[in-house]
Design a protein around this ligand. Structure first.
Ligand code: FAD
Length: 479
């Protein structure tokens, strides 16, 4: 009756995994994607290019090894944008191939063009040589159209001096100075990369804190490191105007300050990509930020239409989008699926990186959960010395009542990988005793878990000394 059992709009992580999951269930599936965007924002303009750029920065600047070889250590003294982009383009090209091959291997048709609804089961695909009249019908539809950078109306973006996070990938040189507007995850990741390249960065943030969902001690360490790289923070400040001339830009703040810089990068949130979808024809609507509402099974207000990934809002991460896509496809075709585990790791790929999973100290204090903290510093680990990371740290939050692990916070080399050890223990309801009683490879950064576990174990034992003595056993009397 329909051309396909499932049509997916968008080939980012959410769309890909929805398509592949449905194909694995034996369904006829197509993905609609614009010509040059296979893999979505994730592969082309977001996660993969930004993380590859970070690796290129780390490698070429020799930044991570300066503790070992001295402050003047560089792999390349004049780093050009071409040096940085060569690696990025290589990896993006490979990842596009991987995604395309996975879709084709699973017999998913790739329809090139822009999708819009003609009715709740019919989609028009325009562009890329298709004319305006190519339509496909589907029993079920998954919308996975993602987001694009939000651009404040009062700012004129010229993609040369004033740009957003997409524009960073098209810079023609490494700027000598840069204003980053917005200290969210994307803004602060790019701020740290340019700072490592030697750019003088000023971060302007409306709120008086940044990354307020993270452990404050970790955020302080990050700020300390960024300040050390000549980053200036302007918290509690609002940008009122950005002027552009041939000489560069001047960013005026509402407080009267004026900041000259070669480049201004806006990282002011993201907007759901729904305006071209013609949602009304499907019986749907989006909110002011272009996002679509879904239920716990990723189903929209229209029963057979699902939405996954960034277009549904929080947490807007590639990691979550993949699982959402898989679960939506399973629900659509009646495949039993288990809910995702509640523990969500957060990874922030700044230089140095930050990651955590589980509770923060603030949360535990607010909900009156008694806990103790175990800390390990990389400089006390042999592997920390070997890799030249003397600033990293790992912090465990442990219940003083039953010694279960409640949270893990990591700052420094491999933080985003290391966090998963703590996540696995917490996911299984494990206690800190497991870490105390387990032998870990040596020398590794994972050993930080052991050291932090022993630290907290000893603190809890010190408390045990004050525990009330158990009541004496009642005397047994005989009649
Ligand atoms: C700079 C940056 C860094 C990031 N870093 C990380 C990170 O380190 N870790 C992490 O987990 N996440 C990260 N993210 C977030 C991550 O990229 C997103 O969460 C993820 O890409 C969302 O996937 P998605 O499935 O919603 O689709 P997206 O990847 O957003 O892709 C949507 C696709 O839909 C297509 N599309 C839109 N409308 C139509 C239409 N009408 N017809 C056809 N196709 C259409 C678009 O062309 C696009 O290709 C980062 C994002 C950015 C911007």
């Amino acid at each position: 009756m329909y051309d396909y059992d499932l049509v997916v709009i968008g080939s980012g992580p959410g769309g890909q995994k929805a398509a592949i999951a449905a194909a694995k269930l034996g369904r006829r599936v197509a993905v609609v994607e614009r010509g040059n965007m296979i893999g979505g924002v994730c592969v082309n303009t977001g996660t993969i290019p930004s993380k590859t750029l970070r690796e290129a920065v780390l490698y070429l600047t020799g930044f991570a090894l300066r503790d070992l070889y001295g402050a003047s250590y560089r792999v390349k003294s004049e780093i050009t944008i071409a040096d940085l982009m060569a690696r990025t383009q290589h990896v993006v090209g490979r990842e596009v191939q991987v995604v395309r091959a996975q879709l084709l291997r699973n017999h998913v048709d790739i329809l090139q063009g822009t999708a819009s609804f003609l009715d709740p089961h019919t989609i028009r695909v325009t562009g890329a040589g298709r004319g305006d009249n190519s339509t496909v019908t589907a029993e079920k539809i998954v919308i996975a159209t993602g987001t694009r950078p939000a651009r404040p109306k009062h700012v004129e973006f010229d993609d040369l001096h004033v740009l957003d996070s997409d524009g960073v990938l098209h810079l023609d040189r490494v700027p000598g100075s840069m204003v980053v507007v917005g200290a969210g995850v994307i803004g602060i990741e790019y701020a740290s990369m340019f700072a490592a390249l030697g750019t003088r960065v000023t971060v302007v943030e409306r709120r008086d804190r940044m990354l307020e969902f993270c452990d404050p001690e970790v955020v302080e360490s990050l700020k300390f490191h960024l300040r050390d790289q000549a980053v200036t923070f302007r918290f509690g400040e609002e940008v009122s105007r950005v002027e552009v001339s041939e000489k560069g830009t001047v960013t005026s703040l509402a407080s009267g300050k004026r900041i000259p810089a070669e480049t201004v990068m806006y990282s002011a949130g993201r907007q759901g990509v729904t305006e071209e979808l013609n949602l009304r024809e499907a019986g749907l609507e989006s909110d002011a930020r272009g996002r679509i509402k879904v239920d716990g099974n990723y189903r929209t207000a229209v029963e057979h239409i699902y939405a996954v990934g960034d277009v549904i809002g929080f947490p807007a991460l590639a990691a979550n989008s993949m699982d959402q896509g898989r679960l939506a496809a399973h629900h659509a075709f009646g495949e039993p699926a288990r809910e995702l585990a509640g523990l969500q790791p957060i990874g922030i790929y700044t230089i140095p990186e930050v990651s955590y999973c589980g509770a923060t100290e603030d949360e535990l204090t607010r909900s009156s959960v008694p806990y103790e903290v175990g800390v390990s510093r990389y400089r006390e680990l042999a592997r920390g010395q070997i890799v030249g990371d003397t600033y990293g740290m790992l912090k465990l939050l442990v219940s003083t009542e039953d010694r279960t692990l409640l949270g893990v916070h990591v700052f420094g080399t491999n933080a985003t990988d290391l966090v998963h050890i703590g996540q696995a223990i917490m996911g299984c309801g494990g206690t800190v005793d497991y870490l105390v009683d387990t032998v870990l490879n040596y020398p590794t950064l994972s050993e930080a878990y052991k050291v932090a576990a022993l630290d907290v174990f000893n603190k809890i034992r010190a408390l045990d000394v004050f525990a009330p003595a158990p009541a004496p056993e009642p005397a047994v009397t005989s009649d």
